[in-house]
Write a protein that binds this ligand. Sequence first.
Ligand code: SAM
Length: 283
Amino acid sequence: MRALEDLPPLAKVIAAHGLSARKSLGQNFLLDLNLTSKIARQAGDLGGCDVLEIGPGPGGLTRGLLMEGARHVLAIEKDSRCLPALQEIAEAAPGRLTVLNADALDLDPLAHLTPPIRVVSNLPYNVGTELLIRWLTPPEWPPFWQSLTLMFQREVAERIVAQPGGKAYGRLALLAQWRALPRIVMHLPPGAFTPPPKVSSAVVHLTALPEPRYPADPKILERVVARAFNQRRKMLRAALKGAAPDIEDRLLSAGIKPTDRAETVSLEQFCALARRMPGGVEA
Ligand code: SAM
């Protein structure tokens, strides 16, 4: 039996299994094992943790996660062509890798994981934002994960960490920053991937906070934020017209000028507004 470090280079694995990249599956592979180990290390100490990886592909990051000491990796891959390559990794790390051939959007991974759980993925770009929003809006907090370490297009990464006052600031920043601490921890040029995508990428590490940063009902906060940014160029008194009676008074009592636009309003102010909306604690 081969050990992890004796597995063939990824370029050979791809050639041996005929894994030509498919655009429809967002396939841009990482072939440099030093780089995949570096990404795995951004997730912190993986010893004693189960790791959920979405889209392992030929397994470059999977190998990094196992070499960095993950207790167990659950890898969910939609493309069945990748399974034989992943099986070779599973044999080199007995009992530490489970591969499921499934669509990550359809599967509840929790049945296969034991806490503490960290999520580490080079996500398919076409499903990355949707998965992130799901992970940030579970029915209960704290969520099933301790941290998320995820590759995004750089522009999406910048939206996750954005502060008020710029174009990047919006729903994604507020969702990510309300109950988690997001940081961009790595930038990667297109040439780091095979084939290279058109845009640069970045790895974002998000740590789950035990409690939301400011109190608010999650559903009401999400509704207010979605409505405010749906018409981000409008003043809030217009964008939120109809969201509640006396919206101008509610805005003022949350410390927001009715003539402000959504992109200048802080997370703290949005939470204060959510608490003053019908159904909010102080409404
Ligand atoms: N992790 C590998 C790496 O770093 O080289 C591959 C990353 S590639 C950007 C994205 C991977 O996600 C591909 O292997 C693709 O087949 C897989 N994928 C795409 N959509 C998926 C989905 N809905 N569920 C699970 N896997 C998916």
